[in-house]
Design a protein. Structure first.
Length: 159
């Protein structure tokens, strides 16, 4: 039980860190940020976004793995079927988030290469940012839904 609570607390803390990373990415690709990214400025901002995405994805990978193993064990020990099902359903989104992040990293790398050779298409660039925006929104709502369940599980365990 002590262990389960420690798992829950760690996940809630990690969600806060994920939220901060997501906010940083959202800032860089906001309407205002996109002008800097896609305008006639050098590629530094695009490179910064790419690095931020890579480090976020690395952190997410560790987080998802820990969540899938540690949390499932805690939830199963507690044995609430509704909560277990709710967590399992949310974990199905991990694969999509992994793929979408990898796709954005691939697209941005291509964009950066094309930008350096002066061939970047504005439409393609905007589409890439729009897709990333959808992924970031999905990540934020994923973490928020999990937080809600984590608080429920924590309250139940502390009873
Ligand atoms: Fe998750
Ligand atoms: Fe999570």
């Amino acid at each position: 039980m002590q262990n389960s609570l420690a798992v829950i607390d760690r996940l809630i803390r990690e969600h806060e860190a994920i939220r901060q990373k997501a906010a940083g990415i959202a800032d860089l690709i906001s309407d205002e940020g996109a002008v800097k990214l896609l305008g006639e400025i050098d590629a530094a901002n695009l490179g910064r976004l790419l690095e931020l995405l890579k480090s976020t994805m690395k952190g997410l990978e560790t987080h998802f793995n820990f969540e899938e193993s540690g949390l499932m064990a805690a939830a199963e020990r507690f044995g609430d079927r509704r909560l277990n099902t709710a967590f399992s359903t949310l974990f199905l989104q991990h694969e999509k988030l992994r793929n979408d992040f990898a796709g954005s990293i691939r697209d941005l790398t291509q964009l950066l290469n094309e930008r350096q050779s002066g061939r970047v298409g504005q439409k393609q660039a905007r589409d890439t940012l729009a897709r990333l925006n959808v992924t970031i929104s999905m990540l934020k709502s994923h973490a928020a839904s999990e937080d809600k369940l984590l608080h429920e599980l924590k309250a139940a365990l502390e009873k």
